[in-house]
Design a protein. Sequence first.
Length: 149
Amino acid sequence: MKLQEESYLEVCEDIKPLIKMHWEQIALNKDKIILNPDWDEYQRLYNAGNLKIYTARNEHELVGYFIVAVAKNIHYKDHLFANCDIIYVKPDSRAGMTGYKLIAFATKELQKLGVSVLNINTKTHTPFDKLLVRMKFGLIERLYSKFIG
């Protein structure tokens, strides 16, 4: 398993089938909210230096990704925060602690950039809380959501 940071252009096409697979596995309100990533915005954020993409590959096959938005927090201007946009490892690649290794790798890379806080959100109906607790992440907020559209 190769863990690495990749550019948007390197991973853009490889990630599309995995994002669809991920959406099919975890999305709520699929009949009302259709998967439609804003690829132009991903490109813009990447070009601005505010998007980091960490991947896990088996040979050349993309089996996992961890994408974070990096920015100053408007409440804590002295610190950089990395906020999880999306994280996924294909089910058949989860053995061998791939998710743990991917998060650990990204954490080290983000520390090199001066990031103070890494936030990872999880879906309550598909949690991986045990992994995050094992990695010393703390539960700090709850996000409530209601489809109103």
